[in-house]
Write a protein that binds this ligand. Structure first.
Ligand code: DC
Length: 221
């Protein structure tokens, strides 16, 4: 199978890029952040409060995660509940960044990701795909942009909505998540030696998609 691995900082545009790229290539796409988010939903459903070793062990012990696709959209089903509509709230975003560093959690997700890559030509996107999950991927991309630009993009998504944070709050939260993603022991965000780094600060999504498509096609031939 031909595997394109994409990692990158939060709000760098990697999810939309992965979506566009998978479309133009006719590949399947796996959003791995959504799987971690699904696990956080289960944590909440179990009414667990503290993220600690004991609760995480309990959480992972009898968890069942199924990733399926309906009309091309990825769904995450955890212990029989389709969590797809609940994955993107701020509460789940923050909870996920606390839960995802745990080794047992990462091990659970690892198998799902590797089986997917073995079965499909795919574009897989996350934080440790190029370094840990698919170290032999055919193409490795690392997507980033300046913190200010990423905060600006995220701020625009919230703008006009009730309880929307200020730009400064968004920037602060983003820097904290960058720090969490880069500082943890397992599956931390790092640039693989053989990854192509793409800074999207002054580029449109179309430009970035084209650049990445060319990189992939040149490898395929
Ligand atoms: O990409 P995202 O914002 O949906 O990711 C949600 C959280 O999951 C974020 O805190 C980082 C974490 N994550 C991870 O640890 N490893 C991945 N492969 C993907 C996401």
């Amino acid at each position: 199978m031909f595997n394109v691995a994409i990692d990158g900082t939060t709000s760098s545009g990697k999810s939309t890029l992965a979506q566009n790229l998978s479309k133009v290539l006719g590949f399947k796409r796996l959003d791995t952040g959504a799987i971690y988010r699904g696990i956080a939903c289960r944590f909440k459903r179990l009414r667990m409060r503290k993220v600690n070793d004991k609760n995480i062990a309990k959480l992972v012990k009898d968890i069942s995660i199924i990733v399926s696709f309906k009309h091309g959209m990825q769904h995450v089903i955890v212990n029989g509940i389709d969590e797809t509509d609940f994955l993107r709230s701020e509460e789940i975003s923050l909870l996920t960044s606390e839960i995802s560093p745990y080794k047992v959690v990462r091990e659970k997700v690892l198998g799902i990701q590797r089986r997917f890559a073995a079965k499909y030509n795919c574009v897989m996107e996350g934080r440790d795909i190029t370094t840990v999950v698919l170290p032999n991927a055919d193409v490795k991309l690392f997507i980033t942009a300046s913190p200010e630009e990423r905060a600006r993009r995220r701020y625009l998504q919230f703008e006009g909505k009730k309880g929307a944070p200020t730009y400064e709050e968004v920037l602060k939260d983003l820097k904290m998540r960058d720090q969490r993603d880069s500082a943890r022991e397992f599956g931390k965000l790092a640039i693989a030696e053989d990854a192509v780094v793409i800074d999207t600060t002054n580029k449109t999504l179309d430009d970035v998609t084209k650049i990445c498509e060319e990189i992939v096609r040149s490898k395929m031939h």
